[in-house]
Design a protein. Structure first.
Length: 119
């Protein structure tokens, strides 16, 4: 099993910044991908950013966050970060950490962290 613990959400004014963290624990030796998704009230969960954990490739981003959000990782701590700059009210959502494991053949979700951007 894999456990994901998110932190860093909060309330910020438009134009501000927040940094989210997601720490993975448990069976983390076979991580394929880690990423962030978000879900706004009344909307479906959507992709934000993702990285292939076992390669040196660059993260991929949703068009709506390109140039504003940056995904990074600390492989020694099995922790992923999402630096969110130039935040907009439309970025308001619950942000979820996601991990897919080769070892268990399944995906995992964190509990979610609320991000609220006021105009």
């Amino acid at each position: 099993q894999v456990q994901l613990e998110e932190s860093g959400g909060g309330l910020v004014q438009a134009g501000g910044s927040l940094r989210l963290s997601c720490a993975a624990s448990g069976r983390t030796s076979s991580i394929h991908t880690m990423g962030w998704f978000r879900q706004a009230p009344g909307k479906e969960r959507e992709f934000v950013a993702q990285i292939n954990w076992s390669s040196d490739g660059s993260p991929s981003y949703a068009d709506s966050v390109k140039g504003r959000f940056t995904l990074s990782r600390d492989t020694a701590r099995t922790t992923m970060y999402l630096q969110m700059n130039s935040l907009k009210p439309e970025d308001t959502a619950v942000y979820y950490c996601n991990l897919y494991s080769w070892g268990t053949g399944r995906g995992y979700w964190g509990q979610g962290t609320q991000v609220t951007v006021s105009s």
